[in-house]
Structures are given as structure tokens and as C-alpha cells.
Design a protein around this ligand. Structure first.
Ligand code: APR
Length: 322
């Protein structure tokens, strides 16, 4: 595949730097830009990443740039087709993602305003937490149409679910299909009714191979999947699986792939939910979210999804004023 275009990652911490690395290693972009407010940090990482190109065999150039909160340096992101926002503070053990709301809102608002100024045609993928609220705020602060602002959560939560099921059953991850919808927080909806496993060529529902108590335990583990990593790391939060998820979404946008992925997207009546950012399945392409895909889920999963929508919506007015 020929290389083309430019992608940007804002925030060069653990999540941002690994996302930039993955996107550069895809070798599909002309340039991957990495920015941070830490003086020299992005430039240093770019030098290091570019020096890995002869070993890993990719030609995508990585550009590192120190920026300021008031927008100095942001000209480097001009003409980016996709921008991943990772700027912000991660959790510490015992914190919920919502505990980051106040501090990250200030950071994300400023970042979104600068993206709107310097890359007004970009698709934005938000990963900063609390995810659903930061995606809402990014759309408001950028003024972009809703389809060009989305959040990363479902690809990650689904990947965790798949891994946990595969690990429990001793299966390859490729033999397991799972799905999570809803928020990237307490009202996450792991959709157990949509989960299948392929055992020796036979595709079965999860409920056919595991007792309900085990499925419930897996669902609980998925909801706390991020916190489990935070508790072990003691400082900082997960970034290998999160960056894999964000980079994959950026690739789907840049290549106009049309693939269906779980993503935090703006709802306009799907599942009986409107006017809120929430995790659902959608096709992705150059325009961002092309189409939201609704599927049959159980009545209790639908109720949980609607409750998740109501919970995110209840914060929307606060978020708009942050
Ligand atoms: N502009 C650009 N970068 C910023 C800004 C800003 N205004 N404010 C902070 N940053 C940078 C920090 O300097 C730091 O390098 O964001 C980076 C965050 O990196 P880490 O502290 O390593 O956090 P990380 O694990 O990458 O998580 C980032 O993703 O998963 C979420 O909850 C997590 O909100 C957090 C975000």
C-alpha cells in the first residue's frame, strides 16, 4: 500500500507515544506527528522512533514538536487527516476515570480548540478520560460536526473481553468474538449475548460453554479491566492495548476502510437513545463515523445501554461549561 497523508497524536505520554509508534509502524502515512507540552520530549521520542525505522523497516517520518497550551507550535498539525487526543492525566490506584474530569477537561478543551484552528478538516479520536465526557467536550470545543469526533473505548474494552474469555477457556484469542457497548466506565455494557467461541470449528454462544456465574465474573472483570492494570502498575494506566485500539481506529479512518468497530459515537435515536456520545458499533471511514450499526441485544442489555446513555447525558451540561 502506498504511503499518504498525515496523522497526529497529541500528548506524548505512555498512551500517545505507543499510539504514534504503532501508527508509524503501519507504514501507511507519510508523516506521524507527535506533540506534547513537555519541552523537547516529543522531539526526543521522534528522534528515537525515526532511528528505529531501519530496523523495523518503515518509511513513515515521525515529527516531534513541543507545543504550548495557548497553541504555539500547533502549525505542525496542519493538514492532518486524523488527530488522536491523548493529552491528560491518567488514573492512580483507587481512582475512577470520572475523578479525572476536572483536570482533564481544562487540558482537552484547549487541545480541541487548537485542533479546530490548525486542522479544521481532521477527524478527531479522543482517548483522554473520562472518555465519554471528554469526547463530548471535544466536539463542543472544536465545533466539528459530530461524525468527525469520536472516542476510543469499545475496541479496547472488547479486546479485553475477548482476551479474558480466551484465557478462561484456554482458546486462541482469534477463536473468540466479544462485544462491549455503553460507556467507558461504570455503565459499560459487555454484551455477553453477542459473544461466540469457535471450538474445533464449531461456533457456539458463550452461554453454551460457560455457566452464567462464570460469564458474570468475566463481565465484572471487563468493567474493571482498566482498574486492574492501574492497581498493578501503581503509577499510570494501561497503554499497550489502548494504543493498539486507537491506532487501529486511526487506520480505519485514514484508509476509509468502512470496517465496523465499537466506538464512542453521537447517537441520534439508535437503541432509542439520542443526543449523547456513547459506545456503539459503527462503520469508520474518511468522514469519521459513517454509520451506526444497531444489532439485536437482550432486553436487559438494552436497558443497561439506555441507562449508560442517561448517565453520560446527565453530565453533559457540566461538561459543556468546563
Ligand atoms: N497538550 C499536550 N500534551 C499535554 C497537555 C496539553 N495541553 N497536557 C498534558 N499533556 C501531556 C503530558 O505532558 C503527558 O506527556 O499528556 C501526556 C499524558 O501522558 P501520561 O501521563 O503518560 O498518561 P497516559 O497513560 O498517556 O494517559 C493519557 O489517556 O487513558 C487515558 O486516562 C488516561 O487521560 C489519560 C490519557
Amino acid at each position: 500500500m502506498a504511503r499518504s497523508g498525515k496523522a497526529t497524536v497529541i500528548g506524548a505520554g505512555f498512551y500517545g507515544s505507543t499510539t504514534a509508534q504503532r501508527m508509524a509502524e503501519y507504514d501507511i502515512f507519510d508523516e506521524v506527528v507527535l506533540t506534547d507540552i513537555r519541552d523537547g520530549w516529543s522531539e526526543g521520542l521522534a528522534l528515537d522512533l525515526n532511528s528505529s525505522r531501519p530496523v523495523e523497516g518503515f518509511e513513515t517520518r515521525v515529527i516531534g514538536k513541543t507545543t504550548t497550551a495557548d497553541g504555539q507550535g500547533y502549525e505542525v498539525i496542519e493538514d492532518s487527516e486524523v488527530v488522536v487526543v491523548t493529552a491528560g492525566v491518567p488514573r492512580k490506584p483507587g481512582m475512577s476515570r470520572m475523578d479525572l474530569l476536572g483536570v482533564n477537561a481544562g487540558i482537552v478543551r484547549g487541545v480541541a480548540e487548537n485542533i479546530a484552528r490548525y486542522a479544521p478538516n481532521a477527524v478527531i479520536i479522543v482517548v483522554s478520560n473520562p472518555l465519554d465526557e471528554m469526547t463530548t467536550l471535544t466536539q463542543i470545543a472544536s465545533g466539528f460536526p459530530h461524525h468527525r469526533v469520536m472516542g476510543q473505548a469499545g475496541v479496547l474494552d472488547t479486546a479485553r473481553f475477548t482476551y479474558f474469555v480466551a484465557d478462561k477457556l484456554g482458546l486462541p484469542v482469534g477463536a473468540v468474538k466479544t462485544l462491549t457497548l455503553g460507556s467507558h466506565g461504570d455503565t459499560m455494557v459487555p454484551v455477553a449475548s453477542a459473544c461466540t467461541v469457535n471450538i474445533n470449528g464449531q461456533v457456539k454462544l458463550l452461554a453454551e460453554v460457560l455457566p452464567q456465574a462464570d460469564i458474570d465474573a468475566l463481565v465484572t472483570r471487563v468493567r474493571g479491566g482498566g482498574a486492574e492494570v492501574v492497581a498493578l502498575l501503581k503509577t499510570g494506566s494501561a497503554y499497550y492495548a489502548p494504543s493498539a485500539a486507537a491506532a487501529r481506529m486511526a487506520r480505519a479512518v485514514a484508509t476509509d476502510s468502512g470496517e465496523v468497530v465499537p466506538v464512542c459515537a453521537w447517537l441520534t435515536g439508535q437503541y432509542g437513545i439520542s443526543d449523547v456520545y456513547l459506545g456503539v458499533e459503527a462503520t469508520l471511514g474518511k468522514a469519521g463515523v459513517k454509520e451506526i450499526v444497531e444489532r439485536q441485544i437482550s432486553d436487559s442489555e438494552l436497558t443497561q445501554l439506555q441507562e449508560a446513555g442517561a448517565a453520560v447525558k446527565s453530565k453533559a451540561a457540566d461538561v459543556a461549561n468546563m
